[in-house]
Unconditional design. Structure first.
Length: 272
């Protein structure tokens, strides 16, 4: 049984008390925050909440509480608007990304997404799958760069399935392009060969502007971190990767060294 915990903390700002009171594991914790002297908010931001499916609603509910608490301590006020997306939107209105949801996201200062997808909708046609809504909102908001940090905290290094000497000190930032390439390239679809065999096909295409902008994000991210950048590609096989690598080289600053490795080797390089 979870015990009730009371924490008295003194910060640079007003003192506060946090009481996550739970009597049963299955009941969500309720956070009560009472500030001795609350200053009026100096900044206001609007956030569209997209709980989505699965664990999404639970995660978003907690994240909302965290933002409200952090905002109260820093003089920031958040205005939240919850909108349907993914499988929950399919059940509600029949599409994975309602027009109203995309419009709300575009008008917000930020969007907080929970989780998308589930077995319930796996057999739907492609345009009626929850994941289609995810691709649509990426394209609609023009969010072309996905930053994925991989950091092993010292406190958790012994919990890794990797040897300590391998996992210790890992600090990577993976920069992934989101709105170009094979996910959005055309032509795509299904067909029949001249021999009567059924086929499925996709096209991986990258325009110069798509490569340039993701390259700049990668270089600027590297500049703010350790000054090192590694291109993970298959330029030894794919023409589109040869072109991307060429464009990356054009964008590169003289202060950067572009370390080139093919995708197959990277699995080994990361573990060295």
């Amino acid at each position: 049984m979870a015990a009730s915990v009371q924490l008295n903390a003194k910060l640079l700002g007003p003192a506060f008390i946090v009481k996550p009171a739970t009597k049963h594991f299955l009941k969500p914790a309720r956070i009560r925050c009472a500030a001795a002297a609350t200053a009026p908010p100096t900044k206001r931001y609007s956030i569209t909440l997209l709980p989505g499916d699965g664990i999404g609603p639970e995660v978003i509910a907690v994240a909302k509480n965290v933002l409200k608490l952090a905002g109260s301590l820093e003089g920031i006020e958040f205005a939240f608007q919850e909108m349907p997306m993914g499988g929950s939107a399919l059940d509600l209105v029949g599409v994975p990304l309602p027009e109203e949801t995309l419009a709300a996201a575009k008008q917000s200062d930020a969007v907080l997404l929970g989780a998308i997808g589930g077995y319930k909708w796996d057999k739907n046609e492609k345009h009626l799958k929850p994941e289609t809504g995810l691709l649509q909102i990426r394209e609609g908001l023009k969010v072309f760069a996905n930053l994925r940090p991989a950091t092993v905290l010292p406190q958790l290094v012994d919990s890794s399935t990797l040897k300590k000497e391998v996992a210790e000190g890992v600090d990577l930032m993976v920069v992934r392009e989101l709105t170009g390439g094979i996910y959005f390239g055309k032509p795509r679809g299904y067909g029949v060969t001249e021999h009567g065999e059924e086929i499925g096909f996709n096209t991986e295409v990258y325009a110069a502007y798509e490569v340039d902008r993701i390259a700049r994000v990668a270089f600027e991210t590297a500049r703010k971190r350790h000054g090192k950048l590694c291109s993970v590609d298959k330029a030894n096989v794919l023409e589109v990767m040869v072109y991307m690598l060429k464009q990356f080289s054009l964008v590169a600053h003289v202060s950067f060294t572009l370390n080139v490795h093919v995708l197959d080797c990277e699995k080994v390089i990361l573990l060295v």
